[in-house]
Every structure is written in structure tokens, then in C-alpha cells.
Design a protein around this ligand. Structure first.
Ligand code: NAG
Length: 450
């Protein structure tokens, strides 16, 4: 009774909002969306995936072409990129690519955070939440429709650099392989191998490269394809992963070569301690990374590996979490120290960046493999080059905290059972969309405190 009464009360409020266009970055469509599908002036409702349309700045092409437009042509042939990298040489700097650079703050995430802080009534928590807008995170290019925004971001970083005399660095995640997320469901991508996905992926990489070429004064650091190669180390028993193996390798090699040609410093994703850090997985992992690197022609801008992306492990745990079940590599520093020698002997550059964005609170999971919106997590160590290890270039925030890992809606086609576990936060929206309650917990539990 109470439920339907409050629903009626809510419905009676709806007409007041019907004509309000959605603000920049707000959702404006997708399966299950019943809100406004128009955007404020200057923003265009852009399809990111079937479940999420978002108001993005500028005049992005409409996803439904006008009736008078020509029929779509096939994917254009992939150009061979022969561009020079930002320094005009094929030689990366020696040492840590972050050194001497100011990390550019993404306005996309800052706006999400500011909007979220606006919904917090407690003044102390609101002030803490607002501080997150000033902490650099990576920007995920998880659909090709977002590629033009990279140009917008690089232009802004370039302008800020020229105005301040500082050198700017933009942090991106390359994340659009066909048959993506082959061992889970929550982050299934837009391209499928069966539907020409590899060619579409080449086009996605080409679009990123075209933007990067235009701003040679801005340094770009990229994390390459979270989870993909780690899935090839341990999940070839999953049909979708074994089916994707060749496309993942070919696609990754293409990405490494093309991004190398424009001087992007790259860290390949390497899972985390609880995945590739088991002793049986270390050597196969090192072999895969080394072989792929060689197959790509040993691109000099490949700097190393990224670990713990979007995960919750500590860099240095005060004691092993019981869920680590006797793995001697129970945190990221032990994993990195164990993996590095095998990489080095395979000829792979053993440098690392480590995501600590949501690692502030430890011993909150029921199993180490639990990855979805883990309850009780808090923002972790702030990004820094003072990492305490010569193997680690930087502690970074790669997963933008507050963006959802996956929906808890059991009826959704992208529902993954991990997102319905008792240690996963309930009422979670689709992956990548804003999860306000979760963000508020990350703020409250931040360690160090915000
Ligand atoms: C759950 O997903 C189904 C299928 O997409 C959808 O129809 C339904 O509205 C969703 N429920 C909620 C609460 O979002």
C-alpha cells in the first residue's frame, strides 16, 4: 500500500519535469530509460551503448541519421599510420614518463563528482566529496562514440599548458576490444567478433590516434584493455575467451603499434595479485606479455603494466586478508615484485602503475574474486610518484570511483552474478553509469580521509 501510494505521489510530480532537457553528461536514453531524451543547448544525446545514451558536449553525429541521408557505407579501409610522435622522434624519454608533468583533470569526472556532491546534504561529507573533483583519474574510452571527446580534452590540456607554461599529461584507458569482458557479463562491449568487430576496433584505435596526432605538446599515458590479456592467461576454458583469443592479440598488437607511432606511453593491463599473482599464473602471464610485446615489434613507448585496475587490493597490506588464502602475493607490491623478474627475463619492460582509487578499506570481501561494487570500499591512496618502489612509476586512480561496475538488476541482459553477491552494493545501475549511494560510501570511507 505504502509503496503504491508513494509511487502515485511520485507520478503526480513527473509532469513538472517533462520538458526539462537533460544537463551535460546526464543520461538521455537507452533501454529502460523513461526520462527526458533531449539535452540542454550545446549538448547532444549520444548513444554510448544500448542501455545508456548520454548528453555529450558539442555536435556529435546523431545516432539516427535523417531520412534524407545516404545509406551507411561500409567501414572505411584502415589507414596505415606513419605519423611522428609528439617529440618528433621515435625515442621515448628514459625513466618515468609521469616525471615533470602536471596531470590534466578530466572535466567529465569532475562534473559527475560536483553533481554528486550537490546531492549530499551533510555539509562535511559534501565538502569531502567535492575534493574528489581535484584528484586525477583516467578517462575511459569504452565506446567509439567517445573518441572525438579525446580531441576536446587534449585541446584543453594543450591550452592550459600554453597558458601556464606547465607540461600536461592526459590519462586514458583504451577499452573497446571486440567480445570484450569475455569471462563476465557486466561490461560487454559494443563490438562483436562475429560482426566485423576487429575491423571496427581498428577504426576505434585510428580515431584515437587521429586526435592524439593533433596535439603533440600533450603527453598521453594509456592503460591498454583492462582484463583482456589476463583473461587469456586464466580463462581460456570459457568459450567466449578462447573464441576471442586471436582477436584480442591481433587487436592489442594493432593498438600498441599505432599508439606507439604517436608517442603514447602505454601500460598493458595485468589483472591483480588475486588473479595473475598466484604462483601457477606468474610465468604464463610473463610469457604472454613478453611474446605479445615482441610480436608488436617491441614498441619503445610500451612502458610496462597496470595492476589492480578497478579492483580493491592494497598496494601494501598490513597483513594478508583472509580471502587471499595463503597466496604469498597477497597484495600488489608482492605481486609486482614476483612478476617483474619473469618479465625482465622475457624482455618485457618491468615498470608498473597501480590503481588505488578504491583500495582505502581492506578485508571487506567474502572472496578475492569479488569485483563488483564491493560494499564498504573507500577511496584509497592519492595519486603520487612517491611509490616506495623503483618498479612502480605511479600510484594512480584508474577506475573513476562512483561509476558503477555492473547492474544488480537480475533481469538485465548485462547482469553478472558477482553484482548480486551479498558483498556487492544493492540497487546498482548499469556498468559505467553513476552510482550515487556507492560514491557517498567511497567518500565516507576514504583512507586517508579526504
Ligand atoms: C531491470 O531490467 C529490465 C530488463 O532490462 C528492465 O525492464 C527493468 O525496468 C529493470 N528494473 C529496474 C528496477 O531498473
Amino acid at each position: 500500500m505504502l509503496k503504491s501510494a508513494s509511487l502515485l505521489a511520485l507520478l503526480s510530480l513527473v509532469p513538472a519535469f517533462v520538458n526539462a532537457a537533460q544537463p551535460l553528461y546526464a543520461q538521455c536514453g537507452g533501454i529502460g530509460w523513461s526520462g527526458d531524451t533531449s539535452c540542454v543547448s550545446g549538448a547532444v544525446c549520444t548513444k554510448l551503448n544500448d542501455y545508456y545514451f548520454q548528453c555529450l558536449a558539442g555536435s556529435a553525429p546523431s545516432t539516427s541519421p535523417p531520412a534524407t541521408s545516404l545509406p551507411p557505407t561500409s567501414v572505411p579501409p584502415t589507414p596505415t599510420t606513419t605519423g611522428t610522435n609528439p617529440t618528433g622522434t621515435t625515442t621515448p624519454v628514459a625513466g618515468n614518463p609521469f616525471t615533470g608533468y602536471t596531470i590534466w583533470l578530466t572535466p567529465y569526472y569532475a562534473d559527475e563528482v560536483k553533481a554528486a556532491a550537490g546531492l549530499i546534504s551533510d555539509a562535511t561529507q559534501k565538502a569531502k566529496a567535492l575534493k574528489v573533483a581535484d584528484i586525477p583519474t583516467f578517462t575511459w574510452f569504452d565506446v567509439v562514440a567517445k573518441a572525438p571527446t579525446l580531441g576536446t580534452y587534449l585541446a584543453d590540456a594543450s591550452a592550459k599548458g600554453k597558458a601556464s607554461g606547465q607540461k600536461y599529461l592526459v590519462q586514458i584507458v583504451v577499452y573497446d576490444l571486440p567480445d570484450r569482458d569475455c569471462a563476465a557479463l557486466a561490461s560487454n562491449g559494443e563490438f562483436s567478433i562475429a560482426n566485423d568487430g576487429l575491423n571496427k576496433y581498428y577504426n576505434y584505435i585510428d580515431q584515437l590516434v587521429a586526435q592524439i596526432k593533433k596535439y603533440p605538446d600533450v603527453r598521453v599515458v594509456a592503460v591498454i584493455e583492462p582484463d583482456s590479456l589476463a583473461n587469456l592467461v586464466t580463462n581460456l576454458n570459457v568459450a567466449k575467451c578462447s573464441g576471442a583469443q586471436a582477436a584480442y592479440k591481433t587487436g592489442t598488437i594493432y593498438a600498441l603499434k599505432q599508439l606507439n607511432a604517436v608517442g603514447v606511453y602505454m601500460y598493458l593491463d595485468a589483472g591483480h595479485a588475486g588473479w595473475l599473482g598466484w604462483s601457477a599464473n606468474l610465468s604464463p602471464a610473463a610469457q604472454l606479455y613478453s611474446q605479445l610485446y615482441k610480436d608488436a615489434g617491441s614498441p619503445p613507448f610500451v612502458r610496462g603494466l597496470a595492476t589492480n585496475v578497478a579492483n580493491y587490493n592494497a598496494l601494501t597490506a598490513s597483513s594478508p586478508d583472509p580471502i587471499t588464502q595463503g597466496n604469498s602475493n597477497y597484495d600488489e607490491i608482492h605481486y609486482i615484485n614476483a612478476l617483474a623478474p619473469a618479465l625482465t627475463s622475457g624482455g618485457f619492460p618491468a615498470h608498473f602503475i597501480v590503481d588505488q582509487g578504491r583500495s582505502g578499506v581492506q578485508n571487506i570481501r567474502q572472496e578475492w574474486g569479488d569485483w563488483c561494487n564491493v560494499k564498504g570500499a573507500g577511496f584509497g591512496a592519492r595519486p603520487t610518484l612517491n611509490t616506495g618502489s623503483s618498479l612502480i612509476d605511479a600510484i594512480v586512480w584508474i577506475k573513476p570511483g562512483g561509476e558503477c561496475d555492473g547492474t544488480s538488476n537480475t533481469s538485465s541482459p548485462r547482469y553478472d552474478a558477482h553484482c548480486g553477491l551479498s558483498d556487492a552494493a544493492p540497487n546498482a545501475p548499469e556498468a559505467g553509469t553513476w552510482f550515487q549511494a556507492y560514491f557517498e560510501t567511497l567518500v565516507k570511507n576514504a583512507n586517508p580521509a579526504l
